[in-house]
Design a protein around this ligand. Structure first.
Ligand code: ADP
Length: 760
C-alpha cells in the first residue's frame, strides 16, 4: 500500500523508470526463493525471474522451501531451466515451496546458507515473501562479508571463492495476500485474495437476501484492513471493522442503527466484514462471533458467521496477479544484475501503475510501524500509512453504505446518469455508486436509459436507493447502453430532453462513443445552451482505449474472462502437439491481447499497434517449426481482433497448419462477446466506485461554483485526475480510436523475454 509520502500528488513521476532492457548476465548465478505465507502469483514471479535470467545468459537456482532450502543445501538448491517453470502461471501457491525457517533467524543457520550458496557460486538472491522474509534477506546481505570471513576461518570455504563473492546482491518482491507493505500499491496475491472474498460475499448475499439474514464475514488481515475494506466496498457490505481504525466505544449501537436503517430502506441482506485483526480501542479483539451475538441480541436478526480462512490463499491467480508478478520478476532480475555491493537493498514493487524500486529497509520499517501506531492510539496516522486511496476508500464506503440520507443544503440538483458505448462490466457498479452518493448528498439522480438515443427520446426516470440494491456485482448495464454517437440532427432532441427534465449536470459512464458524443455536445454549446451544464465522462470500456485514463472500468474483468478461457484452451490441447490462435476483442487497441497474453503465458502476441508483416510471419513459422521439433507440445498465439486487416485469425491458423508439415495441429478460438459479460472483478468494482466518487465530487464543485465545464476523469500514474474534454483531440488518435500514449506497450520487452521469442 502506498504511504502518503510516496503517493503525494505533487511528486514528479517521471523518475519511475520505463521497463529497462536486461544487461548481459553471463557468468552470474542467481538464487530464487519464496518465503513466509504463500500467495497466488508467486509462481508467475518465479517463472519471470527464471526466464528473464536465462534469457541474458545467467544461471538460475531454485531454492526450495524458502530459506530452509539453502540452509539444508543438497537438493534444496537446484539449477532451473526454461521448462522447469513451464505451465505454472495458472497454479496457486508456489511450486518451489515456502517455509517459515527458524534456523534462518540464527547466525549458525545463516552461516550454513552462505556456505551452500557459495559452493554453487550463487551471490545474487531474489526473494519473494512478506516483511519478515525481506528482513531476513537484508540481514543476510548485511552479514554476508562477516559470514564469508568466518567460513574461510573455519576452513569451510576456499579463500579464492570468498574473494570472488565479497557481497550479496539482492532484490525483494512482496508476496502477501494482505497487501500490507507500506510503499507498494499491490502486493503479489492481494488481488486474487480479493477475488476469493468478493466471490464469497456475492454468494452469501444471495442466500442472505432470500432469508433476510445477516452475515458476519471474517477475512484475513492481522494488522492491515486492506482486504476487509476493499471487499466491503466491492461486495456492497453494510459495515466493516479494520485494525487501523478501532471503532469508538458504543460502535455496536452505531452498527445496529446503520443496519436497521438499511433494512428500512429496502435491503434484504446485511453483511458485516471483520478483519481478523480488528480490535476495539482498548486493543481487545473484536471477533466475528461477538458481532453476530450483538446482531442477534439487539436486532433480533438471524445472523450467521462465515470465516473465510485459507480459501483466501487458494485457487488460481487472477489475471492481474499473473501479469503484474511477471513484470515484477523481470525487473527483479534487472535489479540483481545491476546492484552493486554499495547499493541499497531494494524491493521491486508496483506503484502508481508502474514498477518501482523502493528502499527495502524503509518499506519494512514503515510496515512494522503500523501496528505500533495502532497500539499508541494514532489511528489517523495508521490510516495515512496505508495511503491516500485507502483513506479515500474508507470515506467512499461510509457514504455508500449509509442508508438514504439527504443533505439538502449541499444538493438538490438534478443530475443525469447515462451510459454509452459497448457494455463494460462495472457499469452497474458505477451507476449504483453515483446514484447512492448523489442521493446521500441530496440530489435527484436521473437515470437516462439507452444512451444518447434514449436521451433524445426522453427516456429518463429518477433513481431510488432501493433500485440500486444488489447492483454492485451485476454485469451488464441496468440503464442500458448504446454505441450510437449522436448525429447532428439528434442534438436538438437531446437539448430539449435536457431542458424538459431540468438536468443540471450530466455524468456519462461509457466508452469511446460516450466521449465522442460528449465532445460533440461541447462543441455545439453555442447553438444549444442546454449543453452548458457540468458534464463528466467516466471511462468504462473493456478495450481500455480511452483518453486521460490508463485503466477503464471493465478491462480487468474482460482480462480475467480471457485468461480463464485461455487456461481451458491450453488444457484441452494437452493430449496432442497443438498450436492455438486465440482472438481477443479490443478493436484497434491491443491492451486485452497484450495483457492476457502476458497473463496466460502466450508465446506470440499480434497487436494492431504493431501490425503484422510478412517478414514477421516467416520468422514465426520458422520459430514454430523449430520449437515443436525441439519438443514443444503447445504454442499459444494471441491475436487482437484488428491486428491486421488481411492476416486474419483464420489466415494465421491456415498458414501455421500448412507450415506444420504434420508436426502439430492448429486450432482457433474467437472469444467474442463473452469478454463483455460477467460479474465485474473486484478491481473493476473498486475502480468504478472511486471514479464515480470523483466524478460526483467534480460535478458538485462545478455546480457550487456556477461553472459548466466538460470533463473526463481517469487514472493517471495511480491517481484519479480530471482532464478537460476540449483536450481530447490532442490525446487520441482518432483514426484508431485509442490514446496516442499507451503505457502498457512498455511491457513488450517483458513478453519477448518470458515467452521464448528471443530464443528463436
Ligand atoms: P512473512 O515473510 O510472510 O512476513 P515471516 O515473518 O514468518 O513471514 O518470515 C518468513 C521467514 O523469513 C521466517 O520464517 C524466517 O525464515 C525469515 N525471517 C523473518 N524474519 C527474520 C529475521 N528477523 N531474521 C532472519 N530471518 C527472518
Amino acid at each position: 500500500m502506498p504511504s502518503d509520502e510516496w503517493n503525494d500528488d505533487s511528486r514528479d513521476f517521471t523518475d519511475i523508470n520505463p521497463t529497462p532492457s536486461l544487461p548481459d548476465g553471463r557468468g552470474v548465478r542467481i538464487g530464487i526463493l519464496t518465503s513466509g505465507g504463500d500467495a497466488q502469483g508467486m509462481n508467475a514471479a518465479v517463472r519471470a525471474v527464471v526466464r528473464s535470467a536465462l534469457s541474458v545468459g545467467a544461471e538460475v537456482y531454485a531454492i526450495f522451501e524458502g530459506y530452509q532450502g539453502m540452509i539444508d543445501g543438497g537438493d534444496g538448491i537446484r539449477p532451473f531451466d526454461w521448462e522447469d517453470v513451464g505451465s505454472i502461471l495458472n497454479r496457486g501457491g508456489t511450486v518451489i515451496g515456502t517455509f517459515r525457517s527458524k534456523e534462518m533467524r540464527e547466525r549458525e543457520g545463516r552461516l550454513k546458507a552462505v556456505r551452500h550458496l557459495l559452493h554453487r557460486g550463487i551471490d545474487r538472491l531474489v526473494v519473494i515473501g512478506g516483511d519478515g522474509s525481506l528482513t531476513g534477506l537484508n540481514l543476510l546481505r548485511n552479514e554476508w562479508p562477516g559470514l564469508v570471513a568466518e567460513l574461510v576461518k573455519r576452513g569451510d570455504l576456499a579463500p579464492e571463492t570468498a574473494r570472488e563473492h565479497p557481497s550479496l546482491m539482492i532484490a525483494g518482491m512482496v508476496g502477501s495476500i494482505d497487501n500490507d507493505l507500506v510503499g507498494s500499491d499491490m502486493t503479489i496475491g492481494a488481488d486474487t485474495a480479493l477475488h476469493r472474498i468478493v466471490d464469497a460475499i456475492d454468494d452469501l448475499a444471495s442466500t442472505a437476501a432470500s432469508h433476510q439474514r445477516s452475515f458476519v464475514v471474517e477475512v484475513m488481515g492481522r494488522h492491515c484492513g486492506y482486504l476487509a475494506l476493499m471487499s466491503a466496498v466491492a461486495g456492497g457490505a453494510d459495515f466493516v471493522l479494520v485494525p487501523e481504525q478501532p471503532p469508538e466505544p458504543g460502535w455496536e449501537d452505531r452498527m445496529c442503527a446503520d443496519l436497521k436503517a438499511g433494512r428500512k430502506a429496502g435491503r434484504r441482506d446485511s453483511i458485516v466484514i471483520v478483519a481478523e485483526g480488528a480490535t476495539d480501542r482498548q486493543g481487545n479483539p473484536i471477533k466475528a462471533d461477538y458481532v453476530r451475538q450483538v446482531l442477534i441480541d439487539r436486532l433480533n436478526e438471524d445472523a450467521r458467521v462465515t470465516i473465510l480462512g485459507h480459501v483466501q490463499r487458494g485457487g488460481t491467480p487472477s489475471a492481474y496477479d499473473r501479469w503484474a508478478s511477471t513484470w515484477l520478476g523481470y525487473n527483479a532480475v534487472h535489479e540483481v544484475l545491476t546492484a552493486t555491493p554499495d547499493s541499497e537493498g531494494r524491493v521491486i514493487a508496483t506503484r502508481s501503475n508502474r514498477i518501482d524500486r523502493i528502499s527495502l529497509v524503509k518499506a519494512v520499517a514503515d510496515t512494522q510501524r503500523v501496528p505500533d501506531l495502532i497500539g499508541d492510539g494514532k489511528y489517523r496516522d495508521a490510516m495515512r500509512m496505508r495511503g491516500r486511496s485507502f483513506v479515500e476508500m474508507d470515506a467512499i464506503f461510509n457514504e455508500l453504505a449509509a442508508p438514504v440520507r439527504t443533505i439538502p443544503a449541499e444538493g438538490d440538483k438534478r443530475i443525469g446518469i447515462m451510459h454509452a458505448g459497448g457494455p463494460a462490466p462495472g457499469m452497474n457498479t458505477a451507476a449504483r455508486a453515483l446514484a447512492r452518493l448523489g442521493i446521500s448528498r441530496g440530489h435527484h439522480m436521473i437515470g437516462i436509459h439507452s444512451g444518447f438515443i434514449g436521451l433524445a427520446a426522453g427516456d429518463l426516470s429518477e433513481l431510488t436507493w432501493e433500485e440500486t440494491e444488489g447492483l454492485t456485482g451485476e454485469g451488464g448495464a441496468m440503464l442500458g447502453t448504446r454505441r450510437e454517437v449522436p448525429r447532428t440532427q439528434d442534438l436538438y432532441a437531446i437539448s430539449r430532453a435536457l431542458e424538459k427534465n431540468e438536468i443540471d449536470a450530466l455524468i456519462v459512464v461509457g466508452g469511446y462513443s460516450a466521449y465522442d458524443g460528449v465532445h460533440k455536445m461541447t462543441t455545439e454549446r453555442d447553438r444549444y445552451p442546454a449543453f452548458r451544464i457540468p458534464t463528466v465522462c467516466v471511462p468504462a470500456s473493456i478495450d481500455n482505449n480511452l483518453p486521460g485514463s490508463e485503466l477503464s472500468i471493465g478491462a480487468d474483468t474482460a482480462l480475467n474472462v480471457i485468461v480463464d478461457a485461455m487456461d481451458k484452451i491450453k488444457e484441452s490441447g494437452i493430449a496432442s502437439k497443438r498450436c492455438f490462435v486465440v482472438e481477443t476483442m479490443g478493436k484497434n487497441c491491443g491492451y486485452l491481447a497484450m495483457m492476457s497474453g502476458l497473463a496466460a503465458g502466450a508465446e506470440r502476441i499480434y497487436l494492431n499497434e504493431e501490425g503484422i508483416s510478412l517478414d514477421d510471419l516467416v520468422a514465426d513459422m520458422h520459430w514454430l517449426r523449430e520449437s515443436f521439433a525441439n519438443g514443444r507440445r503447445l504454442f499459444l498465439a494471441v491475436r487482437n481482433e484488428n491486428a491486421s486487416a488481411n492476416y486474419t485469425t483464420d489466415f494465421l491458423a491456415r498458414m501455421m497448419e500448412e507450415e506444420s508439415h504434420g508436426m502439430y495441429d492448429v486450432r482457433t478460438a474467437v472469444l467474442g462477446h463473452m469478454q463483455q459479460g460477467g460479474s465485474p472483478s473486484p478491481f473493476d468494482r473498486l475502480l468504478a466506485s472511486r471514479l464515480a466518487y470523483h466524478a460526483l465530487n467534480l460535478t458538485d464543485d462545478e455546480l457550487a461554483a456556477g461553472h459548466d465545464g466538460a470533463w473526463f476523469i481517469g487514472v493517471k500514474e495511480g491517481h484519479l485526475r480530471p482532464g478537460r474534454m476540449d483536450t481530447m483531440p490532442t490525446l487520441v488518435d482518432p483514426q484508431h480510436r485509442r490514446p496516442r500514449d499507451q503505457w502498457w506497450l512498455d511491457l513488450r520487452a517483458v513478453v519477448r523475454t518470458v515467452s521464448d521469442e528471443l530464443r528463436s
